[in-house]
Design a protein around this ligand. Structure first.
Ligand SMILES: C[S@@+](CC[C@H](N)C(=O)[O-])C[C@H]1O[C@@H](n2cnc3c(N)ncnc32)[C@H](O)[C@@H]1O
Length: 318
């Protein structure tokens, strides 16, 4: 059994639980799903995590955070949140007010970037902390970090920050980001039928990836060992890009895969493709696990890892 901390968080990631090497044939049918209600007040749950689980097999850890994202990005999603979760229009209005204050901030340019926490919501701070906790689990593992679903780049950038903080000299720990940068290419019936499960959802502005690459390049130059390439953005269908990448790089080993594509087909294809490339004990995280808006991601995770694996919550999440 997994021990639970005071917040209902899973506290144990002992190497003994991680096991030695992945071998799908050895997975046992002892699935354990751990879900506990959050201590987050009801009023803030509306835009926060709905459920949060992680997943561990005898031979590897798999983490499943689940979050409702971007309440200020997609109008249909706001409506969805209002209609599906305990919500308050006051909360969304205050969020909009915070956004306006941020945009019209009187803080002068040279200090503005360092003051960003002033405007960060607990939800976005929690996302940082959440990635930090996941990152700490891979420090003793070799291999790349792959993030499936980059969009504007916040998670990719967080991972770069953590890399800079914890292991700037680890030049083999590169961070690969996969995205079409044009939103969902297609959806299947397994992806459900809410307003946001449609081709083109989560698109970004034209040529956004060029802006992102520039931001990341500046951050690399600001960081330690600036000459070491840390990032690679792979634009296009994630499964196609991953196929090509793995063909070109037979040396690949993956310590951390973060799945935030939201959809069944690309999640399943990429997760399956990576099975032989995971380091023992690799962290495999799914952003939309048990998420009612994006059921396809859970379906994919179940199909690839379901047999005999155990789900685990990530600390702090619902
Ligand atoms: C929720 S967003 C990712 C958010 C991101 N992790 C962040 O830091 O905010 C989902 C992303 O998955 C991408 N996506 C979905 N299906 C894809 C596919 N087949 N290939 C590449 N990208 C895909 C979309 O373009 C979208 O940017």
């Amino acid at each position: 059994m997994t021990s639970m901390g005071p917040t209902g968080a899973q506290v144990s990631h002992r190497p003994a639980e991680i096991g030695l090497a992945f071998n799908a044939g050895r997975l046992r049918a002892q699935r354990e799903i751990l879900l506990e209600k959050s201590s987050v007040p009801l009023s803030s749950i509306q835009s926060q995590a709905v459920s949060d689980v992680s997943y561990q097999t005898r031979t590897r850890r798999i983490e499943y955070p689940t979050t409702l994202k971007g309440v200020n990005v997609v109008t249909e999603k706001q409506n969805f949140i209002r209609s599906t979760y305990p919500s308050s229009s006051d909360y969304l209005n205050e969020l909009a007010r915070l956004r306006d204050l941020y945009r019209s901030s009187p803080i002068p340019g040279q200090e503005f970037i360092d003051q960003f926490a002033l405007y960060a919501t607990p939800a976005s701070l929690r996302r940082f902390i959440h990635f930090d906790r996941l990152y700490q689990k891979i420090l003793d593992l070799p291999g790349l970090i792959m993030i499936f679903g980059v969009r504007w780049g916040r998670d990719l950038s967080t991972l770069h920050g953590l890399h800079q903080i914890y292991e700037p000299m680890n030049h083999t720990r590169r961070i690969l980001g996969f995205d079409t940068f044009a939103g969902f290419p297609s959806v299947t019936p397994l992806d459900g039928s809410t307003a946001v499960t449609r081709p083109g959802a989560y698109s970004v502005t034209d040529a956004y990836e060029e802006h992102l690459a520039e931001v990341l390049a500046v951050k690399m130059r600001l960081g330690s060992y600036a000459h070491i390439e840390r990032f690679e953005l792979l634009k296009g269908d994630a499964a196609e890009q991953l196929t090509q990448y793995l063909e070109k790089h037979p040396e690949t080993m993956v310590s951390f895969a973060y799945f935030d594509l939201d959809l069944y087909e690309p999640t399943k294809a990429c997760a399956e493709m990576l099975l032989p490339f995971f380091a023992s004990g690799a962290v495999i995280a799914f952003d939309e696990f048990i998420h009612p808006v994006f059921p396809g991601e859970t379906a994919a995770a179940r199909q690839v890892f379901g047999n005999g694996a155990r789900f685990r919550r990530v600390p702090m999440r619902a």
